[in-house]
Ligand binder design. Structure first.
Ligand SMILES: Nc1ncnc2c1ncn2[C@@H]1O[C@H](COP(=O)(O)OP(=O)(O)OP(=O)(O)O)[C@@H](O)[C@H]1O
Ligand SMILES: [Mg+2]
Length: 234
């Protein structure tokens, strides 16, 4: 459904991604691992066309979308949850979710937001609370819930577990897997937490200095411990 072929990505003159090829199939869940500065966020921005210049082919549902702007890609079914969560502190949790739902009335958006929140264990009792009053982990999950509210076919998550305690990371994995399964949403997850990435996905890429250095199943990843040693901080 998503296919990047030999893309090169630039910020102005800075050449960040080099000949990156990657695919996410229908309903598939895929991880991209890489250290700080490896190019994970740049990869997600390239898919969304958010602030980057991309050369090479980006196909979405078999169609070249190189010319489509970020909002058009969002409208076509791709949702990005960026690494800064962009929670509105002075809106309720429900309103934070409802705001992502375009093209329906406010009351429908609020009803859908309540349903999404009710299905996410970490947030199910927090709908009326102010966004700014949530813990870090709850805010991360709220950002994911907002991504889901847009009813994407593919959700792009940028390090949702950053800075979270292990027990919260476990809860988040369970919530993400169940929501993606229930709504048949494909996932592209950028992470440094290998445990979480393995739990949530079936296929893994490793990126280093803007290049893909590994592409395979988690079994193949486990057979090559030198990959993690060399390219990830383990
Ligand atoms: N707006 C920008 N302009 C110029 N260079 C940038 C910009 N954003 C990121 N970079 C550079 O691109 C490279 C990749 O950064 P990127 O944010 O994609 O890494 P990352 O893997 O997401 O890292 P982290 O785990 O720290 O979030 C880095 O060298 C970074 O300095
Ligand atoms: Mg990043």
């Amino acid at each position: 459904m998503l296919e990047l072929s030999n893309i090169d990505t630039f910020y102005g003159e800075s050449h960040i991604l080099h000949q990156v090829s990657l695919a996410v199939h229908d309903k598939q869940r895929v991880a991209v691992l890489g250290r700080n500065g490896a190019g994970k966020s740049t990869l997600l921005k390239s898919i969304m066309n958010a602030g980057t210049t991309v050369k090479g082919s980006v196909k979405w549902r078999g169609r070249d979308v190189s010319k489509l702007k970020a909002y058009q890609r969002a409208r076509d079914g791709i949702a990005l949850v960026p690494e800064d969560r962009r929670i509105y502190n002075h809106m309720t949790v429900q309103e934070n979710v409802a705001i992502a739902r375009q093209g329906v009335s406010r009351s429908v958006a609020m009803t859908e937001a309540r349903a999404i929140l009710g299905s996410i264990e970490m947030l199910s009792t927090l709908g009326e609370r102010m966004g700014g009053a949530l813990s870090g982990g709850q805010q991360q999950m709220l950002a994911v819930a907002r991504g889901l509210a847009a009813k994407p076919e593919l959700i792009l998550l940028d390090e949702p577990t950053e800075g979270l305690a292990p027990v919260i990371v476990e809860n988040m994995a369970a919530d993400i897997i169940s929501r993606c399964d229930a709504n048949q949403i494909a996932l592209l997850l950028c992470e440094q937490n290998i445990w979480f990435a393995r739990k949530c996905t079936s296929h893994v890429y490793v990126i280093d200095s803007g290049r893909i250095v590994f592409d395979g199943s988690w079994e193949q990843f486990a057979e090559k411990p030198e990959i993690a040693e060399r390219y990830l901080a383990v």
